[in-house]
Design a protein around this ligand. Structure first.
Ligand code: SF4
Length: 740
């Protein structure tokens, strides 16, 4: 048998979208998949592995029936990863032949167990139940929950499917939990939201980079190569309550670590802005010619003098002044935000405060400086542009805009009046399950809400109250395990498509292998359901056809892809949106004007608000949740990769030695974290890298280790972002034997 040609594609995980080559081995057949398993991954001994960033060529240890790996992974040279992959990337092919993979549609029986069912029977029954649900309870009784890992084509078609095949407004996606606050702030200030409005490689020439609330050294290790010049200049400034791997890059002359009290990021940014204004470090010409709103900002930050900011944040005045002056030094400065400062009920205002600081310094839209937010999920950028958000149509258009409705309806071949209005943001959508007027039937694509949503006990109860739950996944994720139907779908190496990386660059995902015979692409599933539902419009299963339609639907929108097609992408040209037909795209935004009609950026004064529940009360600690190098998002994939799971099989609760001693906890002890929403059991990791008033849990784990048993579903009033990063908990030692 002649092997298939190598596929130049990108990693299936995070938004850095590291380039890789997949080389199929000769004569290795698709593995006949065994009966699926719904058991959790095996638990092995705890171990801590070192951070690894490598440019490599690794034969992935995929186990197939012949014992031979089916595909070889090589890092591929590309501006973002320069040939490097992290351990998630180079073990990614293991999942193609995972014994947990679902081989055919599965239906839950009356006894609660799953049995195989044909595609025809599954889709016929699902369509009939959707039709009946709509007839009895209205179109908005059907909900759709998408994901930031879906290709552009799937995300686009899912939004279209919801609006014209189901006729529902009730669609949102898990990116609401990631990027919504930064997106809202970017739209408000600049008139458009592209995470990095400049190519990532531009960071490589910066002498000062302020990173707020992002641990890129663990979440996307190849990224740190772009921080080298700033480090060499002593100009890497990292804001984080923990001494993370990224913080450690500031040591030995690399820069500065600011370690504020959890939840005080907004005050810290107001304080930095106060100093910039008070010390006359502002870029007056930039403010005059390119912004509006400075005077109101100057008045509002007057109340945040350095000593007051020190008392609230714990960051010394001399550090605040040093950082403000360094950012204003005019030698190439960037401000970058991540989820640590955005996943709050005031996340939009905190991101706005970071943008305000950038604007008073005159950074955005200039050739060697800027502001950006670091998108996390694989297609977290493209996934928030083309219609799977509750208030959105393709091209980053607003669904309430009559002109947008008319344009998109014409592309879809429907009457604009037939399009539903705005739906509910993710937390409201989830909380509507089982409620009067709420969602009763739900389709889930690329999301594992039972682990990733806040207050998961409430989510679990809501899912149990549904009349119908259909989940498309490769595995029995924790959410799929609760479904009535689980539909097995293709993985990244088995499909064509496009993704849009964290720098707004549209890239090609290419097929390297055939999928197992019982597995289908979600475009095909949508087409088949739309046909059964007698939907208007065309639903293609061809990614290239869907992309061409996406491009037309996006034409004239903020995220205009109308000049892009597969041939252009396959030419290897760097393709950054907006890319109107006839243009060469936009690697760096805002050089001539911002995206508001008058071309000016908006400076919007913001002020801190009380936390939704009291923090730092006697006996409580503040819980921060975050990521580990070895795992991605809810862990549904990475917990099934033996090498990754063996390295980090458990959630470990990081506690400061002083705190641990006061609780009578030693490293390796079992502890219980609790509050009114639930409790989590985890093994203590006693470390001086965390503040004494804080406890950290990774959010990749399920069951009794799920950090989101504790988080709250209070949300940002502008973005709908839940409060993930500051949660009051009590911690106690559990006096029983630990067998991990
Ligand atoms: S940093 Fe790791 S997980 Fe992210 S795209 Fe690169 S290889 Fe994949």
């Amino acid at each position: 048998m002649t092997p298939a040609p190598a596929a130049a594609t990108h990693c299936p995980y995070c938004a850095l979208q590291c380039a890789m080559t997949l080389t199929p081995s000769a004569a290795v057949p698709v593995r006949p998949l065994a009966a699926p398993s719904v058991t959790a991954p095996s638990v092995t001994a705890l171990s801590v592995t070192a951070l690894s960033v490598t440019a490599l060529s690794v034969t992935a240890p995929s186990v197939v029936s012949s014992g031979e790996p089916r595909v070889t992974v090589s890092g591929r040279d590309f501006p973002t990863n320069r040939g490097g992959l992290c351990k998630k990337g180079w073990t990614s092919t293991v999942l193609l032949d995972s014994p947990d993979r679902i081989a055919e549609p599965m239906r839950r029986g009356a006894d609660g167990t799953f049995s195989p069912v044909s595609w025809v029977d599954a889709l016929d029954d699902i369509a009939e139940r959707l039709r009946r649900g709509r007839a009895e309870h209205g179109a908005d009784s059907v909900g759709v929950f998408g994901g930031g890992g879906l290709t552009n084509e799937k995300a686009y078609q899912l939004g279209k499917f919801a609006r014209i095949a189901l006729g529902t407004s009730r669609i949102d996606y898990n990116g609401r939990f990631c990027m919504s606050s930064a997106a809202a702030a970017g739209n408000r200030a600049f008139g458009v939201d592209r995470g990095l409005p400049f190519p990532l490689a531009a960071l490589g020439s910066a002498e000062t980079i302020l990173v707020l609330g992002s641990n890129v050294a663990e979440t996307m290790p190849p990224f740190i190569a772009h921080l080298e010049k700033a480090r060499a200049n002593g100009g890497l400034v990292v804001v984080d309550p923990r001494r993370t791997a990224t913080v450690r890059l500031t040591e030995n002359g690399g820069g500065t670590h600011l370690q504020p009290t959890p939840g005080s990021d907004l005050v810290l940014l107001l304080g930095l802005t106060h100093i910039v204004i008070a010390e006359k470090l502002v870029d007056e010409r930039f403010l005059r010619e390119r912004t509006v709103g400075f005077d109101a900002l100057a008045r509002s930050v007057g109340a945040w003098w350095p000593q007051r900011v020190q008392s609230v944040t714990g960051v010394p005045v001399h550090q605040l002044r040093e950082v403000a002056r360094r950012l204003a030094s005019g030698r190439g400065s960037y401000i970058l935000t991540g989820r640590g400062v955005e996943q709050h009920v005031d996340g939009t205002d905190t991101a706005t405060a970071a943008i305000n600081l950038a604007l008073v310094l005159g950074l955005p839209g200039t050739p060697h400086s800027g502001y950006g937010t670091l998108t996390g999920q694989g297609n977290g950028q493209g996934g928030r542009e083309h219609g799977q958000k509750a208030d959105q149509l393709p091209g980053y258009r607003k669904i309430v805009d009559p002109a947008a409705r008319a344009h998109v309806a014409a592309v879809w071949g429907v009457d604009p009046d037939d399009l539903p209005g705005a739906g509910l943001p993710a937390v409201e959508l989830l909380n509507s399950f089982g409620q009067p007027g709420g969602v009763r039937s739900l389709l889930v694509h690329g999301s594992n809400v039972v682990v990733s949503a806040p207050n998961v006990n409430r989510v679990r109860a809501g899912l149990a109250a549904l009349d119908l739950l259909v989940v498309c996944d490769f595995f029995f994720s924790e959410t799929a395990s609760l479904a009535d139907y689980v539909l097995p779908v293709t993985q990244w190496a088995e499909e064509e498509g496009t993704m849009t990386s964290l720098e707004g660059r549209v890239i090609r995902r290419r097929k390297a292998l055939d999928a197992p015979s019982g597995v289908r692409n979600e475009l095909w599933i949508m087409r088949e359901l739309a046909r059964r539902l007698e939907s208007p419009g065309v639903f293609s299963e061809s990614p290239a056809e869907v992309f061409d339609e996406l491009a037309r639907a996006s034409e004239g929108g903020l995220a205009d892809y109308s000049g892009i097609d597969y041939a252009l992408l396959d030419s290897g040209a760097p393709v950054y949106w907006p890319y109107p037909a006839g243009s060469n795209g936009t690697p760096r935004l805002f050089q001539a004007a911002f995206a508001h009609p008058d071309g000016l950026a908006r400076i919007v004064p913001v002020t801190p608000r009380p936390a939704p529940e009291p923090l730092n009360t006697p006996g409580s600690l503040t819980l921060i949740t975050g990521r580990l190098l070895e795992h991605y998002q809810s862990g549904a994939q990475t917990r099934r990769v033996p090498e990754l799971n063996d390295a980090k099989p458990h959630a470990r609760a990081e506690l400061h030695p002083t705190t641990a001693a006061s609780l009578g906890v030693a490293d390796g002890d079992l502890v219980e974290l609790g509050n009114s929403r639930g409790s989590v059991r985890a093994i203590a990791l006693v470390t001086a890298t965390i503040r004494p008033d804080t406890v950290f849990l990774p959010f990749h784990f399920a069951g009794s280790e799920c950090a989101n048993l504790l988080t709250q579903d209070a949300t940002d009033p502008i973005s709908g972002m839940p409060e993930f990063k500051t949660t009051a908990v009590t911690v106690r030692a559990v006096r029983e034997e630990v067998t991990a």
